[in-house]
Design a protein around this ligand. Structure first.
Ligand code: TRP
Length: 447
């Protein structure tokens, strides 16, 4: 059977943007930026996106397009008889870790959407939103229902296939999402006291930069947000043909992704400050703080409904790209049908997600890494370690294993003025920066 393909380059771009823009831009970005100093974090994050992220995005997509295979198969095909394919296993492992918690949190947003649709959250629930959220996530089976529902939707799209499933869904999701988020941001800016939030987001507090943890957090956020280092973009790239030029496409994806991170910052922080809330309130920021704020706004019920609809949509278009990584791999090695691979893989992720979800209920207090709960520990291992390592492997593969001419050709940069810049980044700058940030974070450099 011929390998599936995107119907158009635009279809690929929308799918890749759909992958990039998700909970990472809205839920994760807002609390990580809030915890790491706001404006200063934004600067470091944007620096990483443009200097490391976008060049690596081009690198990752080009590996997939050249090899026309999944994340393990691509390395194996391009470097037969070498151990490079091991880096693909990191990607497959990361996909299980990430989607199992991603689906739990996305399930929360679908639940919130439901609470707004039904009108329950139009007025403060008894005991306030904090108690409502706490009660919901610590409930044993309630969040599991929404986690299951979200996983079923994800599987439902992936099993239909590339063109009719993933591409078609993103063609509807992405324009809708853009309109909703821009509308919300414009509304947020009209709130009284909004400027304080804008200042928090855009005015760097330089003292935050002395903390080495900020760099690791910003690097992890850049990778997570661009869907980088796991093979999601590689797998999407493998459904492209040689005629579709990569550099413009990947710059477009990276710019759109940062644009959406900034836009959701503009949705969230003005509202946070306008209502005198502490921006560093961590992962619950979006689920406790925002509903409380919506409640006090004119038309808040509608704003809440639109916000959680956008969040659910953004999560779904990202989740399908995470599921596609192991699905493409299992279809090839086990000769499973797409249907079988999607249902089986998605079900395993659902089961892993049970542990994440119960981590807020009966397993509360379990903290595998430092003071992180189960979800934060899985996120930490995946985003701050596996993704940068995966990105490092891809950079070394294209920068050092490929000949220079091969690397430039694979990325459509032959004869392009940006070719040497990209090559220098991928060969030296990105690997060195990633390694430095790791060492720095472990404290080896004592900085
Ligand atoms: N980038 C998505 C977000 O911001 C999440 C995501 C999708 C992802 N695919 C990925 C993260 C691959 C890491 C790797 O929500």
């Amino acid at each position: 059977m011929a390998r599936e393909k995107w119907a158009s380059k635009l279809g690929f771009m929308l799918a890749a943007m759909g992958s990039a823009v998700g909970l990472g831009n809205i839920w994760r970005f807002s609390y990580v930026a809030g915890e790491n100093g706001g404006g200063a974090f934004l600067l470091v994050y944007l620096f990483f996106v443009f200097v490391i992220g976008i060049p690596l995005l081009l690198t990752e997509v080009s590996i997939g397009r050249k090899a026309q295979s999944d994340v393990v198969g691509s390395f194996a095909k391009l470097s037969p008889g070498t151990p490079w394919f091991f880096s693909g296993f990191f990607g497959v492992a990361a996909s299980f870790l990430i989607l199992s918690f991603y689906s739990v949190v996305a399930g929360w947003s679908v639940y919130y959407l439901w609470k707004y649709v039904s009108g329950d959250f139009f007025t403060t629930p008894e005991g306030g939103y904090e108690a409502a959220f706490g009660g919901f996530i610590s409930h044993t089976w309630q969040p599991l229902f929404w986690h299951a529902l979200f996983m079923v939707m994800t599987i439902g799209i992936v099993l239909v296939g590339i063109k009719k499933g993933i591409e078609a869904a993103n063609k509807i999701f992405m324009p809708t999402l853009a309109i909703l988020l821009i509308g919300l941001a414009a509304y947020s800016l009209t709130l009284e006291g909004a400027m304080e939030g804008v200042r928090f987001l855009f005015q760097p507090n330089w003292s935050a930069l002395t903390n080495p943890a900020v760099y690791l957090a910003a690097l992890g956020q850049a990778f997570f947000s661009l869907s980088l280092g796991m093979g999601a973009m590689l797998t999407y790239g493998s459904y492209l043909s040689k005629e579709n030029k990569l550099p413009s496409a990947t710059i477009g994806i990276g710019v759109m992704d940062s644009f959406f991170a900034v836009i959701s910052g503009i949705v969230i922080f003005p509202a946070v400050f306008a209502f005198g809330i502490n921006p560093s309130s961590g992962p619950p920021l979006v689920f406790i703080t925002l509903p409380g704020i919506f409640d006090q706004m004119p038309f808040g019920g509608i704003v809440g409904l639109v916000f959680f609809f956008a969040l659910a949509l953004a999560s779904l278009s990202s989740a399908i790209s995470i599921l596609e990584v192991p699905v493409a791999y299992f279809m090839r090695i086990f000769h499973w049908s797409r249907k079988m691979a999607s249902v089986l893989t998605g079900s395993i992720m659902f089961l892993l997600g049970l542990v994440v979800s119960l981590g807020y209920g009966v397993l509360a207090g379990v903290s595998p890494i430092g003071d992180r709960d189960i979800q934060e520990s899985m996120d930490f291992i995946a985003s701050n370690i596996l993704l940068p390592l995966g990105g490092l492997a891809m950079a070394l593969f294209v920068g050092w294993y490929f000949k220079k001419a091969t690397a430039l050709e694979a990325t459509d940069l032959t004869g392009n003025a940006f070719g040497p810049i990209w090559y220098g980044i991928v060969k030296y700058i990105a690997p060195v920066l990633i390694i430095l940030i790791f060492l720095n974070a472990i404290g080896l450099l004592g900085m």
